[in-house]
Design a protein. Structure first.
Length: 294
């Protein structure tokens, strides 16, 4: 019996913007082809813009990015169309997008497909008990938000095989069982998968939530690809932010911290939902594909 079935597939052409729901994805050792191909960079210091620091970069979540051509394994990155909150759509291969993003964010920025060695993003830590190891927060804090919460600077792509705009690992998966368990625990909150931005949303048979945690260390066959689940996904303030159809809600993150704190070897104990994975054999994955062990 299959462990799960691929329910929906997602890629995010520009980091921290809304992305694309697609019928198929191509997995590579570097992750989903086309995922986080681009990022918005601070023109002054090269910081990679991330809505994990909402006051500074949260407006990016109001933008939507879509490829104008299918990404390819070779050749230059495919251009993207970015739809801004005011409804305008601008192309990455035409003038005007950098200026429009700079006006939206209130600082000079550029759209880039070239991750620099040592690139960093910023992350704000909500005052939620059990969210993350306190020592990690203290060791990485560079400033405090208007609310007085710590803000860290963290290197991008910490567990990826090369430089990229990914936060940590190359592939993110989540199950409907986990979303269902969270919704049952906090029925007044909206646990929409868009809060969590998985590449693979997996429909699981009836069973307990957080089943992804039990797959850590396992190899899974998904479509023509093979992946190995490496660790639970640590959750952050970005999951609490408002998007079209639901409001800002820190109880969504507080519920995860109350229900599912996981110790990750060498990294401490975190509030987790979903799982990260590495790609051991690349290939296409399609909606409806079964997920098998081994």
């Amino acid at each position: 019996m299959a462990l799960a079935t691929v329910s929906t597939l997602h890629r995010y052409p520009v980091k921290s913007m809304q992305g694309e729901q697609v019928e198929s994805l191509y997995l590579t050792p570097g992750g989903v082809l086309g995922d986080r191909t681009y990022a918005v960079l601070d023109s002054n210091d090269g910081t990679v813009a991330s809505a994990k620091y909402p006051r500074k970069w949260g407006a990016l979540l109001g933008c939507r990015a879509a490829f104008l051509a299918e990404p390819r394994l070779d050749g230059p990155p495919a251009p993207v169309a970015v739809t801004l909150p005011d409804g305008r759509t601008l192309r990455s291969d035409e003038p005007g997008l950098d200026e429009a993003l700079s006006a939206l964010l209130g600082r000079s920025v550029t759209l880039s497909s070239d991750p620099a060695v040592g690139a960093e993003f910023e992350e704000q830590w909500p005052d939620i008990e059990g969210l993350a190891p306190q020592k990690f927060i203290e060791d990485t804090t560079v400033e405090h938000s208007e609310e007085g919460e710590a803000v860290s600077r963290i290197g991008t792509a910490g567990l990826a095989p090369g430089e990229s705009f990914l936060d940590l690992a190359v592939l993110h998966l989540m199950t409907t069982a986990t979303l269902g368990a969270l919704s049952e625990a906090a029925p007044d909150s909206v646990f929409d998968p868009r809060r969590y931005r998985p590449n693979l949303l997996l429909e699981t048979p009836d069973g307990p939530g957080f089943v992804e945690d039990e797959w850590v260390g396992d190899t899974l066959a998904v479509g023509d690809a093979r992946i190995i689940v490496t660790m639970p996904t640590m959750r952050c303030v970005m999951t609490t932010l408002a998007q079209a159809g639901f409001a800002e809600d820190r109880d969504t993150l507080r519920t995860i911290a109350e229900m599912n704190r996981r110790t990750i070897p060498g990294m401490g104990t975190w509030a987790c939902a979903g799982a990260y994975a590495d790609v051991t054999t690349g290939g296409p994955v399609r909606v409806g594909d079964p997920v098998w062990a081994g």
